[in-house]
Design a protein around this ligand. Structure first.
Ligand code: BGC
Length: 414
């Protein structure tokens, strides 16, 4: 990277070298502990009432639903003894992602996706990429939609119970089991049914970001569950004890929820493109890259476009200067996400005896240009060399659908 660009990123507090992985992972551990104790914390640390040790009953078909920021998937999954088969999988736009809808409209749309599958299976695992408080029955009380999905009056909705009631009202049969699980838990369980070794961390880095892991009951001070272990949905995107740069703050001020989801806004697909755009615009104002008209005409930049630009660039001084800014912010995102995983491993001791499995899904992790190389570099440098932990990264097709099937099959085994 040219010195002038490096100085600019340093002055703005956006340089990857300004992320201190020790400091960041220690701050995460403190926030995790505060969240587990029910004290003030930027991490919700949501108990899920799933234990990584619960037996999973295999065999039989299960309906797997997957609600994300953009898509809603409805699938029929069969969990065999040693394999997972996706018998059918249909993708629809996420209800509420193309303009506000009412709670009733949301419920009807979801029911209409479930009904054609109910003749095949009566257990449902619902992978939900939004914060929800999980009840001991494994239903979820919605905290609120995010990632631009708008469903009026939906906060507080008991998701599975309300959908079941609506199904009955519509003349369909009530599912025998219906469980809600965060997408991180679905990735974790999907990873566990496919490859089991040591502790598994569920990690999503796509439109949004989040992690889950297995915590020992005695550490979950806000619950009365001293024995065994329970999977915790950290809502890690909310992590706020981070040093932010100038453009992190500018971007945050322009979002619908300023001050919220600080970490998510530094690393995830919904924001990283825009963060790169703001940084490029200022670099152009300072004459570090050409002040192209198109750069200033834009208000949004998709990370997919950034990756395409980085892939296709053919050298040239101007392209290289812009590329080095894009790469620096992708590198910073990778370094931050390794720091978060390091915090989890420090809290749990994962990777000390057996290698920890990091079960990952998400477009930034899987597709953003060079993200994986940066991730591997920092994971090696910090997790392996500094902390002395071993780990393996697990990415599988349909991991979250398999996780939904596993979750619904755990309930059946109770
Ligand atoms: C949501 C989490 C989710 C994550 C990854 C965040 O915006 O709050 O519940 O796990 O995105 O999809």
């Amino acid at each position: 990277m040219k010195k002038s660009i490096s100085d600019f990123l340093m002055d703005s507090g956006m340089h990857p070298a300004q992320v201190n992985m020790d400091e960041c992972s220690s701050a995460l551990v403190s926030e995790m502990r505060a969240g587990l104790a029910g004290e003030n914390s930027s991490l919700m640390m949501i108990p899920t009432y799933f234990s990584a040790e619960d037996p999973i009953e295999r065999g039989g078909k299960v309906i797997a639903l997957d609600a994300g920021g953009t898509n809603f998937r409805a699938a029929l999954v069969e969990l065999g003894e040693s394999s997972v088969s996706i018998l059918r999988s249909d993708v629809f736009p996420m209800p509420g992602s193309r303009g506000a809808i009412t709670r009733g409209e949301f419920l009807d749309e979801v029911c209409s996706r479930i009904e054609p599958l109910l003749s095949e299976a009566d257990r449902i695992g619902f992978c939900f990429s939004f914060p929800a408080e999980i009840t001991p029955e494994r239903d979820g009380r919605l905290v609120g939609f995010n990632k631009e999905v708008v469903v009026e009056d939906s906060a507080g909705m008991m998701v599975c119970a309300e959908i079941s009631r609506r199904l009955e009202q519509r003349g369909a049969k009530r599912p025998a089991a219906f469980v809600l699980l965060n997408d991180t838990i679905a990735a974790m369980l999907g990873g566990m049914v496919s490859a089991r070794a040591g502790d598994t961390i569920g990690f999503i880095l796509g439109t949004g970001t989040n992690c889950c892991y297995s915590e020992s009951g005695s550490n979950i001070k806000k619950l009365d569950c001293p024995s065994g272990s329970m999977v915790i949905n950290m809502e890690a995107g909310g992590f706020a004890k981070l040093r932010r740069g100038r453009f992190d703050k500018e971007l945050d001020a322009q979002t619908a929820n300023p001050g919220d989801h600080i970490y998510e806004k530094m690393v995830s697909g919904a924001y990283l493109g825009k963060l790169i755009l703001l940084t490029l615009q200022e670099a152009a104002r300072r004459g570090l890259i050409p002040a192209a008209e198109e750069l200033f005409a834009r208000n949004e930049l998709d990370l997919v476009e950034v990756s395409a630009f980085l892939e296709k660039r053919k050298g040239g001084v101007a392209a290289e200067a812009a590329a080095s800014i894009c790469l620096a912010l992708i590198e910073r995102a990778a370094k931050l996400s390794v720091s978060v995983l390091a915090g989890i491993m420090r809290q749990t001791g994962a990777g000390k005896d057996l290698p920890a499995t990091i079960a990952v899904e998400g477009s930034v992790f899987l597709k953003a240009f060079s993200f994986r190389e940066f991730f591997d570099k920092y994971a090696h440098e910090y997790l392996t060399r500094k902390l002395g932990r071993s780990y393996s990264v697990l990415t599988l097709d349909n991991m979250t659908l398999a996780g939904c099937a596993a979750a619904a099959s755990m309930t059946a085994g109770q």
